[in-house]
Design a protein around this ligand. Structure first.
Ligand SMILES: Nc1ncnc2c1ncn2[C@@H]1O[C@H](COP(=O)(O)OP(=O)(O)OP(=O)(O)O)[C@@H](O)[C@H]1O
Length: 332
């Protein structure tokens, strides 16, 4: 193995015609080997465009993508677009043969030159994705989540070094998502796979990724570990992507005794708690959003609505009056 960086985009630009010059503009990223990197950003920020350039499905107009020091070829330079050491899975499971069994959907991707290896590898990936028990089931009869597992097993069958996931869990029920995310993390841990994912789901990127790249209007505005970006975002945009945070103007924040210098004050739901036993009960509970082990309370005072986290579900009713205690905030 060379000492060259694993996978890099070097000042890549790919824009689409139109007033907004949408696309990706002068972006450089360094994808770390054997890690999960998530690209996040609001809709249209260029996530998929960047992912496709890293894979070789789109050619940059400027800059270049390098995999282990070698330029990644664009679609016009290759018969089958996409780098041979990478595989991409999107939310549609189009590649599946619905009339074939799960086993055959995976095994078909491996050559017949070594039948034992083909059998062993198929067993291994089905096990890794926890679908070995479905091996004889026709793909047509699988649930959306199971189909997605087969799609990922197919992508892993030929031992790619990089797995690219473009919103792959969108169609998967929340209850199945977490299991699938854990299984992918386990594959990364066990096999040294490198994963690059695009996702809209804050919970997903925070729990799955080792590294986050934040895109805004086709440019990277910050990057770092999920913990770092969650706790110390440098931009309001990042905080809003990662949390359901409250954003107050400086003037409104002053009403709560928060003296901010910047224009915006950000309060995460877990940084504000309702306190019921105070004499000053100045907020009214407008909505209770049950989340299982906790609930989100939407509370209102005048024109200000705050989302608070309450870890004692059932304690409050809609219409109750509470005081709100804020113990941390960020300024932007
Ligand atoms: N083939 C295309 N032709 C014209 N404009 C395009 C094309 N592909 C993407 N765009 C535009 O470029 C911008 C970035 O698109 P991209 O799909 O990379 O964003 P994204 O962050 O992945 O968005 P989303 O989260 O909605 O999928 C968008 O404004 C999109 O409309």
């Amino acid at each position: 193995m060379t000492n060259a960086p694993f996978l890099q985009a070097l000042s890549v630009t790919k824009t689409y015609p139109g007033e907004r010059m949408a696309g990706v503009k002068g972006v450089s990223v360094d994808i770390k080997h054997q890690r999960v990197t998530a690209i996040i950003g609001e809709s249209g920020s260029g996530k998929s465009t960047l992912l496709k350039m890293l894979y070789g499905l789109l050619s940059p107009e400027e800059g270049r993508v390098e995999f282990k020091g070698e330029r990644v070829w664009g679609p016009e330079e290759k018969l089958i677009p996409g780098h041979d050491a990478m595989k991409m899975v999107t939310q549609d499971t189009d590649g599946l043969n619905l009339y074939a069994k799960v086993w055959d959907n995976v095994a078909v991707l491996m050559p017949n030159t070594d039948i034992k290896d083909k059998h062993d590898r198929t067993t291994q990936v089905l096990k890794q994705l926890n679908i070995l028990h479905l091996a004889d089931r026709q793909a047509f009869y699988l649930s959306g989540g199971e189909k997605q597992r087969v799609a990922i097993a197919r992508a892993l069958a030929t031992r790619p070094e990089v797995l690219l996931l473009d919103e792959p869990f969108n169609q998967v029920d929340t209850s199945f998502r977490e299991g699938l995310q854990q299984d992918i993390r386990q594959v990364v841990h066990d096999t040294g796979l490198t994963v690059i994912m695009v996702s809209h789901d804050p919970a997903e990127v925070l729990s799955m990724a080792d590294e986050l790249i934040v895109l805004k209007d086709g440019q990277i505005i910050e990057s770092g570990s999920p913990k770092q970006l969650y706790q110390h975002p440098q931009n309001l945009y990042t905080a809003k992507l990662l949390t359901n945070c409250n954003v107050l103007s400086r003037e409104d924040a002053a009403q709560f005794g928060l003296n901010a210098k910047a224009d915006h004050v950000v309060i995460y739901p877990e940084w504000a708690n309702p306190t019921g036993s105070w004499t000053r009960k100045d907020f009214t509970i407008k909505q209770l959003l049950f989340k299982g082990s906790y609930e989100d309370l939407l509370v209102q005072k005048g024109h200000i609505t705050l989302r608070l986290l309450n870890d004692e579900p059932g304690k409050y009713q809609v219409g109750d009056k509470v005081h709100v205690k804020i113990h941390k905030f960020l300024e932007f």
